[in-house]
Design a protein around this ligand. Sequence first.
Ligand code: BDR
Ligand code: CA
Length: 311
Amino acid sequence: PQKIIIDTDPGQDDALAILLALGSPAEIEVLGIVAVGGNVPLAATSRNVRVVLELAGRTDIPVFEGHSGPMVRTLATAEHVHGATGLDGADLPEPTMPVQAQHGVDFIIETLRREPAGTVTLCTLGPMTDVAQAFRRAPDIIARVKRVVLMGGAYFEVGNITPAAEFNIWVDPEAAKVVFDSGVPLTVLPLDVTHKALTTRPRVQRFRDMGTRLGDAVAGWLDFFERFDTAKYGSDGGPLHDPCVIAWLIQPDLFTGRDINVEIEVQSELTRGMTVADWWRVSGRAPNALFLGDVDADGFYALLTERIGTL
Ligand code: BDR
Ligand code: CA
């Protein structure tokens, strides 16, 4: 299996991404999970990671806390999307499993130095603060990373937090810029993909039909998440973002995209955090990312229900 570290800010969709990884042991080995401030403050995202691991019975996976906020800006959160806890929609017990004492960034650095070069993939499901700080503090690890696979950005679908930007990149654009400029192999799952992976009623119902506590929790989360997004986008269900990162690792042929140059806007306030994606290759700048644009949504949901159904 591919070894991964997940850096995340749960978030209902982050929770599903974690569950998809845990349900796919043949393809994925989760070395550890780092919580970062994002959708809700760090104390809540750290709690939520542990809620999800306890729900899945996987308290053997170490949980770390990373940065509570962006590199230079003030943290902006998204309770309007995810609810006050960040995981509204399911009633689950307070977690009792511990958080590791080591800082999440130290865990990332130490793991990349310990594991053979080119074997560890970093998956970011929230602001990219921790990975950027790890790259700044320990530039030697950049060449050892197999790939960074991230949910963030947008091209044709443009923005969801401002007209120009997607939330994860907008929250900490300086961090995203460090990673996009680092030369590390990158795969980007932007809104262009996630807005094609809609949480329609029948798709949510399949989780409820599992008849398990876990299936009920997932359906509850998606109902909550969808309620907001359906009103916002007027579509048949809301976009499901972060599980696309894990799905790409398991079944990349569900997705299509292009190797292109992507630059991050950090100067302008109007377009802060915009992913300037050279989709038509007009800039002459060298490609630095596999930027995905489309997904087989039925195939994606089939994978998600099959794998989460095993937990
Ligand atoms: C991203 O922002 C968060 O609200 C979601 O968890 C996802 O990672 C979508 O823009
Ligand atoms: Ca997220």
